[in-house]
Design a protein. Structure first.
Length: 345
């Protein structure tokens, strides 16, 4: 292995082979200065990357390896985790592209747990064709929570906005029954801890959105806000945390009230992601908070419609890379600062 110095090793799962994952990875490292910030290790196969390079007519140099002991810290490393020929059909979700996306993710997670990579950056998967006996999860977040220590919280973020989800990939019909005081308390605690340890915010302010339109209008449109969310927020406040709400989501975003908070918790997936994606302009990052290892991803999907056409924008992937590095450093600094706290006599 070449001298590491203090560079952070970023493991990258390849995502769906027929999507834009490899394209945004290659475009991210077209600028050689990116290698000053980190050492990338892509989990896949050199032949797959070469296929995408040919389709994109790009000559980004890569370094094929068969073991992490061969990592070169001045190059884009491709850890070859399969040798067989793989059929690539750009723009089409196939059983093969899902199978090898899972192989890449599985190997990357294994190395993350072993500590041979420092952080994990995941390229987009197709949640349907990746399903198998070994992968029976709604998405990356749930898969990683099952394999790592901690309770996960999906946070979609930019520099100005962080939105966490109290409930994640579940049907709308199940949201109200899933939204318990215990779950709300757990997610607030996870976001609160992450804002301190991962983002260096000493006294974070958190807003919680209501479930029903107008937060139920005093029970006229639903009782969950008054019976579950509001009392739970009050209990959390009594512990000294700066937690506020519930807020009606439409006015909260429309009036830019979100700018007054360090973090926002949405009660369900689209309540948080629809305004986030409208505001982020393709520069957003998905960060899995609450786990003892760091994972980020771009905020877009597989992009089958533009795969192989050299049209994919790498901005979100690049932001996800920088975010993972920054959080890794902030978390490390926090651990150093709190390792030997002064004893109070």
């Amino acid at each position: 292995m070449a001298d590491k110095t203090d560079k952070i090793i970023v493991g990258i799962s390849i995502g769906d082979l027929n999507g834009i994952g490899v394209e945004v990875i290659l475009k991210t490292f077209l600028d050689k200065r990116m290698l000053d910030f980190c050492t990338p290790v892509l989990f896949g196969a050199t032949k797959v990357v070469s296929y995408h390079k040919k389709a994109l007519k790009t000559e980004v140099p890569v370094h094929g390896i068969t073991s992490v002991n061969q990592i070169n810290h001045n190059k884009i490393n491709i850890l070859n985790i399969w040798k067989e020929e793989v059929s690539i059909e750009l723009g089409k979700p196939t059983e093969t592209s899902g199978k090898y996306a899972a192989k890449s993710l599985e190997s990357a997670l294994s190395h993350l747990k072993e500590g041979t990579i420092d952080v994990l950056l995941t390229a987009p998967i197709n949640k349907e064709n990746i399903q198998s006996e070994n992968f029976n999860f709604p998405g990356h977040t749930e898969y990683l929570e099952a394999g790592l220590e901690g309770k996960s919280l999906m946070i979609l973020m930019t520099d100005q906005l962080r939105i966490g989800l109290i409930t994640g990939h579940i049907p709308i019909a199940k949201i109200a029954a899933t939204l318990t005081p215990e779950l709300i308390t757990e997610k607030v605690e996870t976001m609160y801890t992450s804002l301190i340890e991962d983002f260096g915010i000493n006294k974070p302010r958190i807003a919680v959105l209501g479930l029903n339109p107008h937060c139920g209008d005093n029970g006229v449109i639903g009782k969950e806000d008054d019976d579950i969310i509001r009392p739970t927020i009050q209990q959390i406040k009594e512990t000294g945390k700066l937690v506020f709400g519930p807020y009606a989501a439409d006015g909260f975003f429309g009036s830019e009230t979100y700018k007054q908070f360090d973090g926002v918790l949405a009660t369900y997936h689209d309540q948080g992601l629809a305004p986030f994606k409208a505001l982020s302009f393709g520069n957003g990052v998905n960060f899995t908070a609450g786990l003892h290892k760091i994972r980020t991803s771009p905020d877009h999907g597989t992009g089958y419609d533009i795969a192989g056409k050299n049209q994919a924008n790498p901005s979100s992937f690049k932001e996800a890379l920088f975010t993972a590095i920054k959080i890794f450093k902030t978390r490390k600094e926090y651990k150093e600062l709190t390792k030997n706290p002064l004893l109070v006599k």
